[in-house]
Design a protein around this ligand. Structure first.
Ligand SMILES: Cc1cc2nc3c(=O)[nH]c(=O)nc-3n(C[C@H](O)[C@H](O)[C@H](O)COP(=O)(O)OP(=O)(O)OC[C@H]3O[C@@H](n4cnc5c(N)ncnc54)[C@H](O)[C@@H]3O)c2cc1C
Length: 313
C-alpha cells in the first residue's frame, strides 16, 4: 500500500524532508538492496517523537536504519518510512553530573563513542572495538565480541514508542542475551547511557589495538559484508561448521562465502540481495544435512521478501 499523501504532508509541515524512493544500497555494508519508499533523517528527540506519532496515526510502518552493518535489505526495498538518526541523536558526551556515565544518541557510531571514552580515560567501551555499528544497533543486537558485550556496560536507554511517548528502561529490563535484546514492540532507541570506570589509557589503547589487529588477520575487512552471518550454536562455531562442510568459496552470482572467514558472506562487487539470501539458505541447508545443526541467522532481513522463495530455487 503506498504511503498516504497526508502523512508526507504532515512530515513536511513538521519541518522534515521526506525523500521518496531513496536508494539504500550504499547505506548498508553489504551494498545490496532496493530503495526506501520514504527516507527521513531525524536529528532530535522531539522530531523523532513526532515521526513515531504521525506514522502510527497514518498506520505507516517505520523502520530504523542504524549503520546498516547487520542488515540484508530486499532488492524490492522497504515499504513505509525508513529513518536514520543524525545530529543531536548521533552525539556522545559524559553527563555533567556524573562523568563516568557517557550518554550517546542512538545514531552515534560505536567507533566514535569508543574514541571519546578512550580520550576521557574511562574503561568499558572497549567491547565495541572493531564493531562498525551504531549505538541503537548495538543495543538492539547486544553487540559484542571477545572483549565483552553491550549488556556489560549499558546502564539504561530512552526509547520512543509508536504513540510518540518516551520511556526510560534500565538495561536489566531488556533481557539482553547473546545477540539479543527485548525492546518493547515498535520501540526506537533514542539515547543510551553507559556506565564506565576509570582506566589506564595506554592499557586500554593496547587492548583495542591488539583486538583490531586480530580482526584484520582473521576477517575479510576489505570486502563488503555484514560481519558474522550466523550466530554460533551452543558449544561450537558457525564458521567451523561451514568450513567443515566444504563451503568456503561457495558462490551464487557475486555473493560468496569468504575464503578468509567462513561465517562472513562477501559481496564480490555486483551481488544482489537475492544472491546473498541464496548463499545464506544453501549454507543453512548444507550444514544441517552434514552436521545436523541449524544455523540461526545473526543478520536481520528487512523489506519486502514476498517474492521469496524464488521460482525454481
Ligand atoms: C565487518 C563487520 C564486523 C562485525 N563484527 C561484529 C562483532 O564483532 N560483534 C557483533 O555483535 N556484531 C558485529 N557486526 C555486526 C554489526 O556491526 C552489529 O550487529 C551492530 O550492532 C549493528 O548495528 P547497526 O547500527 O549497523 O544496525 P543495523 O544493521 O542498521 O540494524 C540492525 C537491527 O537493529 C535495528 N536498529 C538499529 N538502530 C536502532 C534503534 N535506534 N532503535 C531500534 N532498533 C534499531 C534495525 O532496525 C535492525 O533490526 C559486524 C559487522 C561487520 C560489517
Amino acid at each position: 500500500m503506498p504511503l498516504p499523501a497526508p502523512l508526507v504532508d504532515a512530515l513536511t509541515d513538521h519541518g522534515l524532508s521526506p525523500q521518496a524512493h531513496a536508494p539504500l544500497q550504499r547505506r548498508t555494508w553489504w551494498q545490496v538492496g532496493g530503495p526506501a519508499e520514504c527516507f527521513l533523517r531525524v536529528g532530535n528527540l522531539e522530531d523523532l517523537r513526532a515521526v513515531a506519532r504521525l506514522c502510527s496515526t497514518h498506520k505507516a510502518p517505520v523502520f530504523v536504519l542504524g549503520n546498516g552493518t547487520n542488515l540484508l535489505i530486499s532488492d524490492r526495498g522497504i515499504q513505509g518510512v525508513v529513518i536514520q538518526l543524525t545530529r543531536d541523536l548521533a552525539k556522545a558526551d559524559p553527563l555533567p553530573a556524573d562523568p563516568t556515565v557517557i550518554q550517546a544518541g542512538a545514531g552515534t557510531k560505536l567507533a566514535v563513542l569508543l574514541k571519546k571514552a578512550l580520550r576521557h580515560g574511562w574503561t568499558g567501551l572497549e567491547v565495541f572495538a572493531g564493531i562498525p555499528g551504531s549505538v541503537g544497533g548495538a543495543v538492539r543486537m547486544n553487540a559484542g565480541a571477545r572483549l565483552g558485550e553491550t549488556r556489560e556496560v549499558l546502564h539504561e536507554v530512552d526509547v520512543v514508542l509508536p504513540d510518540g511517548s518516551l520511556r526510560t528502561l534500565p538495561a536489566k529490563d531488556l533481557n539482553m542475551a547473546y545477540r539479543h535484546s527485548d525492546l518493547p514492540r515498535g520501540a526506537i532507541v533514542a539515547t543510551a547511557r553507559f556506565a564506565l570506570r576509570p582506566g589506564d589509557p595506554q592499557t586500554m589503547r593496547d587492548q583495542v589495538q591488539a583486538h583490531l589487529d586480530h580482526r584484520a588477520r582473521t576477517q575479510p575487512l576489505d570486502q563488503p559484508s555484514c560481519g558474522s552471518t550466523f550466530r554460533n550454536p551452543p558449544g561450537d562455531y558457525a564458521g567451523r561448521l561451514i568450513e567443515a562442510s566444504g563451503l568456503k568459496g561457495y558462490r551464487v552470482g557475486d555473493a560468496q562465502v569468504s575464503e578468509k572467514h567462513a561465517n562472513f558472506i562477501v559481496n564480490l562487487g555486483g551481488a544482489t540481495a537475492d544472491e546473498v539470501r541464496a548463499v545464506i539458505e544453501h549454507v543453512q541447508h548444507t550444514v544441517k544435512a552434514q552436521h545436523g545443526v541449524h544455523l540461526e541467522r545473526e543478520v536481520h532481513f528487512a523489506g519486502d521478501w514476498s517474492h521469496w522463495p524464488l521460482a525454481g530455487a
